[in-house]
Design a protein around this ligand. Structure first.
Ligand code: FER
Length: 380
């Protein structure tokens, strides 16, 4: 039922968003969200282009943007089934290296999302660092392998949350199966044991500033590139036992985090060898969607790698075919990159919404491409 409630709540937010298009100067009295979460439409609302939803979105709705909708189709993600906790050791055999291919699989196979009896998964913990960019102490969550040791060194994946999220967005949603996918892929020998860092992507200098659907409230997200590169990455690299360099530094993000993933990758491609932008939000280039008018972070002609730039070994852009929040914006980024001659992999996840199915798919395919690329490099 959690999923159903979230879905209804989200539908109400979406309907509100459309209704509120006409509410600048008007009040919410013109649309009423009833107790059973249905929105009643009253007369006299004419849509305008821009809206500010900051005060209209409830904390529970904000979670949906931050880490994805839990739709009915994805209830299996939210509620662990007996299958999830049943030891599946016999059914799960490591992928022989020679069988590893680089084909995209739309859905993350169940053997990577399952909790296996014979695998020890890492745990998330919380840390802080001083951000010169923001002039503030800021938080991050970090997933360390269960047997993390200073004697070893690990690659790092920086994983960016959606709008209204924070460093806890991914670790507090067990439905995304991040721990399981990373742990199972490492247990199978597909990838090395890997650290996952989940930052707070809202890099504001004023701790009172809040995210919202207006240009000014989004600026701290666009400032995150500075915090990441100048503050967080150096902190992680000097306080944890990590492998440095682009071959060992991965970047992925969901929705608003997907948008910043693309932006950061285009601006600093020398830093990240493996990248995946999942269900990327609008706003890299100027546009108006159902939430707001975006001034754009760059012109359409700039959506490319600079001439002569080192490019990521893998740069994936993906999105569900039923994404009810960002629609076809991810596809438009793919089309722009293609038009501007910049290499990337584009694929769609059939039937997925703005949800954990998309997140799992993007994460799994990123891992698979890393595995294939690194194994190929090793035999060259
Ligand atoms: C927008 C549509 C979607 C937008 C952000 C999002 C800032 C992000 C959604 C999410 O992170 O889930 O117009 O503008």
């Amino acid at each position: 039922m959690i999923g159903m409630k979230k879905w209804l709540g989200f539908t109400a937010v979406m309907v509100m968003a459309v209704l509120l298009c006409g509410c600048r100067g008007n009040t919410r009295e013109e649309s009423i969200v009833t107790e059973d979460n249905k929105t009643e439409i009253t007369e006299g609302i004419t849509p305008t282009e821009e809206i500010t939803l900051t005060e209209e979105i409830k904390p529970t709705d904000k979670e949906m943007f931050a880490t994805g909708i839990t739709s009915e189709e994805n209830e299996d993600d939210a509620v662990p089934t007996s299958e999830d906790v049943t030891p599946v050791t016999e059914a799960v055999t490591p992928e022989p290296a020679e069988e590893l291919n680089n084909e995209i699989e739309e859905r993350c196979p169940a053997k990577y999302t399952l909790t296996r009896a014979d695998v020890k998964y890492g745990e998330f913990s919380h840390g802080t660092y001083f951000s010169e960019t923001c002039g503030l102490e800021r938080g991050f969550c970090i997933l360390l392998p269960s047997d993390y040791s200073e004697e070893k060194q690990y690659p790092v994946l920086y994983l960016l949350h959606g709008i209204f999220g924070n460093e806890y967005s991914f670790s507090s949603d067990s439905g995304n199966k991040i721990k399981e996918i990373i742990g199972n892929a490492a247990a199978d020998g597909m990838i090395e044991e890997t650290i996952v860092v989940c930052p707070n992507m809202y890099a504001a200098s004023d701790p009172k500033q809040q995210p919202g659907f207006d240009a000014e409230s989004c600026l701290p997200y666009d400032n995150f590139i500075n915090d990441l590169v100048n503050d967080l990455m150096p902190y992680i690299e000097s306080n944890y036992s990590v492998l440095k360099g682009r071959e060992n530094t991965y970047l992925a993000g969901f929705s608003m985090g997907g948008r910043e993933t693309i932006f950061i990758t285009l601006r600093r491609p020398e830093l990240f060898g493996y990248v995946c932008a999942i269900s990327a939000a609008p706003g890299i280039v100027p546009t108006t969607d159902k939430f707001m008018t975006h001034p754009g972070q760059m012109a359409e002609s700039e959506v490319k790698f600079a001439d002569g730039a080192v490019e990521p070994n893998v740069f994936i852009i993906c999105c569900g075919t039923k994404d009810s929040v960002v629609g076809t914006y991810p596809k438009s980024y793919h089309e722009l990159l293609e038009k501007n001659g910049s290499d990337h992999i584009w694929y769609e996840i059939n039937g997925a919404d703005h949800d954990n199915k998309a997140i799992q798919s993007g994460l799994y395919n990123l891992i698979k491409q890393i595995a294939f690329d690194k194994k190929n490099a090793a035999v060259k």
